[in-house]
Design a protein around this ligand. Structure first.
Ligand SMILES: [Zn+2]
Length: 219
């Protein structure tokens, strides 16, 4: 077996440590650079569910996310509600984003987060065609609604739990500004901040699966 590259850090085992996944949607947002500085400083990993249109307009941020070991997920090209689209349009949104992320970073996203978390059986079937499970969140930070540093921190800490997946946005300035304090506090409570794939490694998710499974979801 070939030795692992010297730069590869051993992967965190979330069955052994208290893990939490911070996820940032709709980016790369304008404040991604500052967020990446913070994540680097605290040695935290995150997952970015990217919109293809912004990977196109802010390629340097997407490249930096990949280079610094964060996970890149697919969040469509222009953020339509997939449950209102014809299959061909859903496929095109996903494919265009896979293509631009790969072209820009060399990474092929393995996870899909449908815009607004809106999915149905048709969306699930198309996600399966692309070999991707769909990842929602266990809780939101409500950052887009409050746009207030104190509120974002309060809400995030209130909903943080072991193996949780928290929804945030790197286009919200107050989220990025509050992140050093949030990360310091979470790490002080014993959390290791990991990517979604690291967090869900033992869930054995299959293409087209949805996690966490929403109430009333049937397949
Ligand atoms: Zn979104």
């Amino acid at each position: 077996m070939a030795p692992a590259p010297a730069s590869a850090a051993p992967e965190v085992d979330c069955t052994q440590v208290k893990c939490l996944a911070l996820t940032f949607d709709d980016g790369p947002g304008k404040y991604a650079d500052k967020l990446l500085d913070t994540l680097k400083k605290y040695n935290a990993k995150a997952t970015f569910f990217l919109e293809g249109q912004y990977v196109k307009s802010r390629p340097a941020f997407a490249k930096r996310m990949a280079k610094e070991g964060h996970e890149l997920g697919n969040h469509s090209y222009k953020h339509p509600n997939f449950t209102t689209l014809e299959p061909g349009a859903i496929r095109s949104e996903i494919k265009k984003t896979q293509d631009i992320v790969y072209k820009t970073t060399g990474v092929t996203p393995k996870l899909l987060r449908p815009p607004y978390g809106m999915a149905d059986i048709q969306v699930s079937d198309i996600a399966a065609e692309f070999g991707m499970p769909m990842i929602l969140w266990t809780a939101g930070s409500r950052d887009w609604a409050t746009k207030n540093e104190t509120e974002i921190k309060k809400q995030t800490l209130a909903v943080a739990k072991q193996d949780g997946i928290i929804l945030m946005h790197d286009w919200v300035k107050q989220t990025v500004d509050s992140m050093p304090s949030i990360i310091k506090t979470l790490q002080g409570k014993g959390y290791t901040l990991v990517s979604v794939s690291t967090l869900l490694k033992n869930q054995n998710l299959q293409p087209g699966d949805i996690y966490p499974v929403p109430e009333g979801w049937e397949k």
